[in-house]
Design a protein around this ligand. Structure first.
Ligand code: ACM
Length: 481
């Protein structure tokens, strides 16, 4: 039997009651309010797999899912889990909260066989509203079925945003109405790093993926990287360069050589068409416009371009997120810089925070999941250093940049770039277990976090990953069973 707090991310409050363990009986059933039906069905399915019992839905189940009064201060993701000798009650103000509580309960189950749940009470709510990870579809495309599988896995750790890097120099991965060559040419054969990552999402496939993510209570954050990282767009449409001359497809990993032309009207027609289309396909509140590493855009052109483009997400009902370089220009009121570098200070981000902007924290030396774990890691890069599991855990986003404290943070995100990756198995190897560290940083109260406790709890997830067919790195830092 697991201990009540043996879960990731660690809940805000855990009060074990060893006299109140619940032995799940063969006639176990689940009851749920109508708004809790979807979570109840998933819970029953998981219990069936573990126990082999029929686990029907009844009016008076020994496992009860309840929608509770919201209360002003409660996060929609908050929940309460009470385990007593005669049954389990999971209560939350929203379906989202019940889904979060279900992930906790699921981790308390054994992989197979008799179930005894540890007695006591958990009261839980997230530290940050935004807990994300990013997948780079431009350098290597992953099929929708793989992305759905990935969503299933990350949801188990209460990750609630998946940022999709959809465009870059080596590929364009989302169909845009009126601009068919973006995906016909730059999403086709031979695109991606080494030409090994072809493919794109049709508008329908993207919409289906967004809808699937919503069933996992995950918001998709689409990124169109501008004004740099645009070679693939310029291959498809040479009029998007300043001189209108054709450019060659690129399958290497260089950065900083391509730029949209800030002085050309065609640029803004293109950008607005793309932003309008992506916004219309995306029910979530955010649209990421990139803004990073525009090394072949002059500072003046960057300012001209960004000043025109930054209001466009808002025009189409979205909040702009951008890599933190965009903080060099005056931002719309609700725009969100995402810090990604390794330096200990950043004046632009500090200024944005002082002006009231929320910030997403993704320092590469802690949260970039494409960094190698150690020198022997066969995949990944090391420009930001080696990122062991402990390094990914043992830092705090509220301490990362002077002037960017707790109250300025929307949350934390762990990006994964695909230059060296070729499959979902490669993705999983880089992400697991480090994403669990970022998930705990994003969810658990700071004062409750502790590396030695995390390290011990993490070991249990090795067999769980194996049972679910998820690839992971068996880091020597963890005493895997
Ligand atoms: C980045 O890593 N260029 C955001």
């Amino acid at each position: 039997m697991k201990h009540l707090g043996d879960v990731i991310p660690l809940p805000a409050s855990v009060r074990p009651d060893p006299g109140a363990d619940f032995r799940v009986p063969a006639d176990v059933s689940v009851s749920a309010a109508p708004a809790a039906a979807a979570v109840a069905d998933e819970l029953a399915e998981v219990l069936r797999e573990v126990t082999g019992f029929p686990v029907p839905r009844t009016e008076e189940g020994s496992i009860r899912l309840e929608i509770e009064a919201a209360g002003e201060a409660r996060s929609p993701e908050s929940y309460r889990l009470a385990i007593a000798a005669d049954g389990v009650t999971l209560g939350a103000p929203t379906e989202q909260g019940l889904f979060a509580g279900f992930q906790t309960l699921r981790q308390l189950l054994p992989l197979k066989g008799e179930v005894v749940l540890p007695g006591g009470r958990i009261e839980d709510a997230p530290r940050f509203a935004y807990r994300g990870t990013m997948l780079d579809l431009a350098r290597h495309f992953y099929q929708p079925a793989d992305i759905r599988s990935y969503l299933d896995t990350i949801a188990q750790f209460k990750i609630n945003h998946l940022h999709l890097h959809l465009t870059d120099d080596q590929g364009w991965r989302l169909e845009i109405d009126g601009w068919p060559r973006l995906t016909e040419v730059s999403g086709g054969e031979g695109t991606g790093i080494d030409g090994a990552g072809p493919g794109f999402l049709t508008a329908q496939e993207y919409a289906d993926l967004v809808a699937y993510a919503a069933t996992r209570h995950i918001t998709i954050v689409p990124e169109i990287d501008l004004p740099g990282h645009v070679n693939a767009a310029q291959v498809a449409y040479p009029e998007l360069t300043c001189d209108g001359e054709p450019v060659q497809p690129r399958t290497d990993a260089e950065v900083g050589y391509s730029s949209l032309c800030a002085g050309k009207e065609e640029t803004y027609t293109f950008v607005e068409d793309v932003i309008r289309t992506v916004a219309a396909l995306t029910p979530g509140p955010y649209l990421h416009i990139g803004g990073d590493e525009a090394l072949s855009t002059t500072a003046e052109d960057y300012r001209t371009f960004m000043t025109r483009v930054l209001p466009l997400p808002g025009k189409y009902g979205k909040r702009a997120i951008g890599w933190h370089e965009m903080a060099a220009v005056d931002l719309p009121q609700d725009a969100i810089p995402q810090y990604w570098r390794i330096e200990p200070t950043d004046d632009g981000v500090a200024r944005a925070a002082a002006a009231g902007h929320q910030v997403i924290m993704s320092p590469a030396d802690r949260s970039y999941l494409d960094m190698k774990y150690d020198e022997s890691t066969p995949l990944g890069l090391d420009w930001a250093g080696l990122v062991s599991v402990e390094r990914s855990y043992d830092w705090d986003p509220a301490d990362r940049l002077p002037g960017v404290g707790e109250e300025s943070l929307l949350g934390v995100e762990a990006p994964l770039w695909s230059e060296t990756l070729r499959s979902l198995a490669d993705v999983e190897f880089m992400v697991f277990p480090r994403l669990l560290a970022i998930a705990e940083i994003g969810w658990t109260p700071r004062a409750a976090r502790d590396w030695s406790s995390f390290r011990e709890r993490l070991a249990e997830f090795g067999p769980r990953f194996e049972a679910q067919g998820i690839n992971y790195h068996r880091s020597a830092e963890i005493d895997w069973p």
